[in-house]
Design a protein around this ligand. Sequence first.
Ligand SMILES: Nc1ncnc2c1ncn2[C@@H]1O[C@H](COP(=O)(O)OP(=O)(O)OP(=O)(O)O)[C@@H](O)[C@H]1O
Length: 306
Amino acid sequence: MAAIDIDGLTKQFGDVVAVNDLDLRVEEGEIFGFLGPNGAGKSTTIDILLDFVRPTAGTVTVLGHDAQREGEAVRRKTGVLPDAYHVYERLTGRQHLEFVLEMKGSSEDVNELLERVRIADAADRKAGGYSKGMRQRLVLAMALAGDPDLLVLDEPSTGLDPNGAREMREIIQEENERGTTVFFSSHVMEQVEAVCDRVAIINRGQLVAVDTIDGLRDATETGEVLYIYVSKLNEATIERVTELDGVGSASIDDGRIRVVVDDASKFAVLQAIDAHVTSIQDFSVVESSLEDLFVRYTEDEQEVRA
Ligand SMILES: Nc1ncnc2c1ncn2[C@@H]1O[C@H](COP(=O)(O)OP(=O)(O)OP(=O)(O)O)[C@@H](O)[C@H]1O
């Protein structure tokens, strides 16, 4: 059974097509990243999953339940970390969780939940005095209360410093190891890259890519980029490098040659340059980041539409 099965989903707000014939399947046990630029349709899709918004067309099944007809069942099995969640300043962390557990009718141990998100030490302090990271963890604990099968996280690392973001990532991974499927939207590419099994990229309501990060890299030919310092750097050098086997493209970049390696061994390319073009003084290899891939998948469409 898929954790999430989205089939032909369309949502129109007046003239605006927020989601346009979207098909997407998230398997149980995955950590799935849902990416797209502002206004791409991510929040609308998430709202439809949770039956906060009704679709114009199409169906969505979450954990085997029809999201529209059985929204109640979906919400019972799903923990949600919404965007810009507010905590109650005057209640302690512990009180927040006790309240949520009571609402969910769960007999889970509050202390264990506090430990899982690493705020046990601050449990009896008022949340008004919590730092941003602590608030975020408290909200995550509230999403985890009742042991959901699916966690839906909208931008989970908003406002966190690098350490906080790393801890959030570790907590997400731990929850996933406990068997929870994680569906999360983010603009923070590093976060997604570090934690997700697969990602979908949407743009203007449409799916533009869905794959593992390695798969996306392969598909976009932006696999690896070499930066090479050579003894003789000029246009003629670049022309000769471009003609070598396995070179996708070459250009001058900040006093170096930037070479995109196209389906070939980077060592073979380096050797060929050193032997046949100009001697190499130094080099570095950079794997294209998800950020590059994201831009690549979403910029073309925008140009066409502009
Ligand atoms: N209630 C609404 N009424 C009218 N238009 C809406 C409504 N909700 C969303 N939209 C429009 O639908 C499109 C998709 O918005 P959505 O919030 O789903 O994007 P998003 O990918 O979550 O963006 P962001 O990353 O900025 O949160 C946008 O053009 C938005 O203006």
